[in-house]
Ligand binder design. Structure first.
Ligand SMILES: C[S@@+](CC[C@H](N)C(=O)[O-])C[C@H]1O[C@@H](n2cnc3c(N)ncnc32)[C@H](O)[C@@H]1O
Length: 278
C-alpha cells in the first residue's frame, strides 16, 4: 500500500519540528572537516511546490512554516528559517524542501547521501531533483533494509533519518527495530526517528522498545497541537534522537515554547525527555 504522498503535508507543524532538528544536526556534522554519510530511509520527493494541488488541498503549510517564516524566531530556528528563505527569496513561500532538499543544502563535496523512496512517482521526482548532486545515491527500494545494508558507513560518521508514513501499524515497531539493529552495527551514528501522535499507546510502545534495547543516549521530543484522543487523526508529532548533537537539547528548550506560541493553541503542549542516558 503506497497511498501516502508527502506533498499533502509539506511544511506542516510536524515538518517544522522534524526539519528544524534535521537542520541543526546537519549543521553540527558539517563543523568537522571530515566527511559524513547521510541516509534517508523514507525520502519523499525532495522538494515541494506549495502552490500545487496537493499542498493547496490541505493547506497544512499555512498552519506550519507559513506562520513562522517572516517572524523574529529564536536562534535555534535560524538555520532552518534561513534555508527556507534562501530557497524562496525573502518574503516568499513558493517551495518547501523535503528532507533530501535540506540535506542537499548542507552536504559538502566530502559528504555523501543515500536516499530511499518506494513510491514510483516520488522516486522519479527525487531522482530528477538529485540529478546534479554527484554524491547522492537514489534507491527505489525498501529504506529499512537499505539503511542496514549501509551501516557502518566507511567514514564512520553518519546521520540516519527514518521517517515512515505509518500507513501500516508495523511501521512503529519496524522503525525502532531498524535503529536497534543499525546501532549494533554503528553505535556512534546519529539517528532521527519521526513519529506521529495518533494513538498514545503506539508511541509508548516505541519508547519502551528503546528503553529495553541496548541503544544509549536517546532524546525524545514531542509537540502536540491538542490533547490525546481516541478519535482518528494526528494530534502531535515527535522525534527520537539517538546520539543527538550536544547542544540540541538546549536548542530544543529554546525552540519549543516559541513553536507552541506561534503554531499552537492553549491546548498545545510539548515535552523533552532524555529517555536513555549516555
Ligand atoms: C513521511 S514521507 C517522507 C518525508 C521526507 N522524509 C521529508 O521529511 O521530507 C514517507 C515516504 O516514505 C515512502 N515509503 C513508504 N514506505 C517506504 C519504504 N519501505 N521504503 C522507502 N520509502 C518508503 C513514501 O512513499 C513517502 O514518500
Amino acid at each position: 500500500m503506497l497511498s501516502y504522498r508527502h506533498a499533502f503535508h509539506a511544511g506542516n507543524f510536524a515538518d517544522v519540528l522534524k526539519h528544524a532538528v534535521l537542520t541543526l544536526t546537519l549543521e553540527y556534522l558539517t563543523r568537522k572537516e571530515k566527511g559524513f554519510t547521510y541516509i534517508d530511509s523514507h525520502s519523499g520527493a525532495g522538494m515541494y511546490q506549495l502552490a500545487d494541488a496537493y499542498a493547496q488541498k490541505t493547506g497544512e503549510f499555512k498552519d506550519g512554516i507559513a506562520k513562522i517564516i517572516n517572524e523574529q524566531a529564536p536562534e535555534a530556528l535560524a538555520p532552518y528559517i534561513e534555508l527556507i528563505n534562501q530557497l524562496n527569496g525573502h518574503g516568499e513561500l513558493d517551495i518547501y524542501p523535503g528532507s533530501p532538499g535540506i540535506a542537499k543544502a548542507f552536504l559538502r563535496r566530502q559528504d555523501s547521501a543515500n536516499l530511499f523512496e518506494l513510491h514510483p512517482s516520488d522516486h522519479e521526482f527525487l531522482a530528477e531533483f538529485c540529478q546534479r548532486w554527484k554524491k547522492s545515491h537514489i534507491h527505489n527500494s525498501d529504506g529499512y533494509k537499505g539503511v542496514l545494508g549501509l551501516l557502518p558507513p566507511p567514514s564512520r560518521r553518519g546521520l540516519v533519518l527514518i521517517d515512515p508514513p505509518y500507513e501500516i501499524k508495523d511501521d512503529y515497531q519496524k522503525a525502532v527495530k531498524t535503529i536497534v539493529k543499525g546501532y549494533s552495527k554503528f553505535a556512534t551514528g546519529t539517528y532521527i526517528l519521526w513519529y506521529p501522535v495518533v494513538k498514545r499507546e503506539l508511541v509508548e510502545k516505541m519508547t519502551n522498545d528503546f528503553i529495553k534495547s541496548s541503544v544509549k543516549n536517546v532524546l525524545q521530543v514531542e509537540f502536540c497541537m491538542s490533547e490525546d484522543t481516541d478519535e482518528y487523526g494526528m494530534t502531535g508529532t515527535g522525534l527520537f534522537i539517538v546520539n543527538p548533537p550536544w547542544q540540541l537539547k538546549t536548542q530544543l528548550q529554546e525552540m519549543l515554547p516559541y513553536l507552541k506560541d506561534k503554531l499552537g493553541t492553549s491546548d498545545s503542549s510539548f515535552s523533552l525527555t532524555q529517555i536513555i542516558e549516555e
